[in-house]
Write a protein that binds this ligand. Structure first.
Ligand code: SAH
Ligand code: SF4
Ligand code: F3S
Length: 454
């Protein structure tokens, strides 16, 4: 590789964990002297950070890869990297499928990108997928936003939901220490960031692998304790966390969220199915009754809380009646946002091997019916914001209308209003809502909330 042309491009698929990993890998590449290239065709290091949660996510990666692999025949100094969950799942097999690849690296190796690339530049084809202890990140991520930031708190997942590849590809739970998390947040506060989303696939598991128990036998460090520990970081005005697991979601946590002003009233608690037998077959470890109780408790402490979730339709053996139970749950709860998916059998997961797999027709019919219900409900849920004053943290210009800025409410609704981005970026603006749509709002600026300088 020549030193004159050092440009990199990263395309990220999948969840927030992958986005956070990509930002750290971009930071490493910039430390190595590479510059970002928006166009992959102008880059000489191309990294795909991949997702394998469903088959269509995986197939997308192969079609992107195919194009760049061809380019490599004309431009042999191009370095092609596959990182993330497909890399972890496929390992060496990816090299057989796409021999043009230089580096295949699982998500646990993200922080080692520099060493791995060095091996590639020394002439090796490298596969890094062995399970390792994730080292503390000492690099500086290149974050996409200057206002909101992801902060990992726990990697991996020890659950074994029968449909899910995540434990296979992300490994066992590894919590970061509260001190490391707070230090990262303090640095973000000094850099002018205003909002932090704490990340984990099962964030309620935070701390159970850290040493220490209290006198009552509880782990010393739980997510609740972490929130109390980080909530006063200077400069950070908003804290969110995701993803919550209904099995571990405690009233103690709900109370903390209600009590701590910076913690937003916004909860992402996937239920996956509204039927108890399906939940059991999924090994989720809770019932729909328990899920309903959690939501009731959240709403009793925070009546206006915004609730989002994920659901799967067409799990093996799901009957029409069981699917109706999912519709019923959705109807009863009234979600602000619901991510829906048709069940996709994944390699290495128990449910993929079961009989009674449903046809694609049945799955897509159920998905459509659920999506229809979700969009009508989202419009209803949005109505409550009409003519209210909401606090919006301004993130960027509205790309479709440069006279407007875009931000989010505490409940995570996208909100647009007239204003100058240079004046308003990173400000907490009180906005009167004048128009509501299913997933976004429009309003008028009322005033700006003063925040303590850091
Ligand atoms: N840790 C989170 C979910 C992570 S995966 C939790 O426990 O809820 C994100 C979402 O993808 C899941 O919530 C689920 O709705 C969906 N998903 C996971 N595996 C899937 C599969 N095999 N088929 C369809 N959707 C799936
Ligand atoms: Fe997958 Fe279940 Fe872990 Fe979520 S909790 S990542 S669905 S195994
Ligand atoms: Fe996909 Fe991996 Fe996230 S499989 S959803 S990118 S943990």
């Amino acid at each position: 590789m020549t030193t004159t042309n050092r440009r990199y491009h990263i395309t990220t698929f999948g969840c927030q964990m992958n986005k956070a990993d990509s930002e750290r890998m971009a930071g490493i590449l910039e430390d190595m002297g590479f510059e970002w290239s928006e166009d992959p065709n102008d880059a000489n290091v191309i990294l795909y950070n991949t997702c394998t949660i469903r088959d269509n996510a995986e197939q997308k990666v192969y079609s992107y890869l195919g194009r760049q692999a061809k380019r490599k025949h004309e431009q042999p100094d191009l370095t092609l990297v596959v990182a993330g969950c497909v890399a972890q799942q496929e390992g060496e097999q990816l090299l057989r499928r796409v021999p043009e690849l230089d580096l295949v690296m699982g998500p646990q190796h993200a922080n080692h990108l520099q060493d791995l690339l060095q091996q590639v530049f020394d002439g090796n084809q490298v596969v890094a997928t062995e399970a390792i202890h994730i080292m503390e990140d000492i690099t500086k991520p290149r974050r996409d936003s200057n206002v909101t930031a992801w902060v990992n708190v726990i990697y991996g997942c020890n659950e074994r939901c029968t449909y899910c590849v995540v434990p296979n590809v992300r490994g066992v739970e590894q919590s970061r220490t509260p001190e490391a998390i707070r230090a990262e947040m303090e640095e973000l506060g000094r850099q002018g960031y205003r909002e932090v989303t704490l990340l984990g696939q099962n964030i309620d598991a935070y701390g159970r692998d850290l040493p220490g128990v209290t006198e009552s036998g509880r782990h010393k460090q739980t997510l609740t304790d972490l929130l109390y520990y980080v909530h006063d970081v200077p400069g950070i005005e908003r804290i969110r966390f995701a993803t919550s697991h209904p099995r571990y979601f405690t009233e103690r946590l709900i109370k903390a969220c209600a009590e701590l002003p910076k913690v937003c009233e916004h909860f992402h608690i996937p239920f996956q199915s509204g039927d108890n037998d399906i939940l059991k077959a999924m090994s989720r470890g809770y019932t729909t009754e328990k899920y309903r109780r959690i939501i009731e408790t959240v709403r009793s402490y925070m009546p206006d809380a915004s609730i989002s979730a994920d659901a799967i339709v067409g799990f093996p053996g799901e009957t029409e009646e069981q699917f109706q139970n999912t519709l019923k749950l959705v109807e009863d709860i009234g979600f602000d946002l619901l991510n829906t998916a048709a069940y996709s059998p994944r390699p290495g997961t128990p449910a993929a091997l079961w009989e009674h797999q449903l046809s694609e027709e049945v799955k897509s019919d159920r998905l459509q019916r659920l999506n229809h219900l979700v969009s009508t409900q989202a419009i209803e849920a949005s109505q409550r914001y009409f003519e209210r004053v909401e606090e919006v943290l301004v993130e960027e210009q509205n790309l479709k209308d440069p006279t407007q800025v875009m931000g989010r409410t505490r409940g995570n609704r996208l909100t647009f209003f007239a204003g100058d981005i240079n004046e308003l970026i990173g400000q907490l603006v009180r906005v009167k809502i004048t128009e509501v749509r299913a997933f976004s709002l429009t309003g008028e600026r009322v005033d700006i909330r003063e925040v303590q300088p850091v």
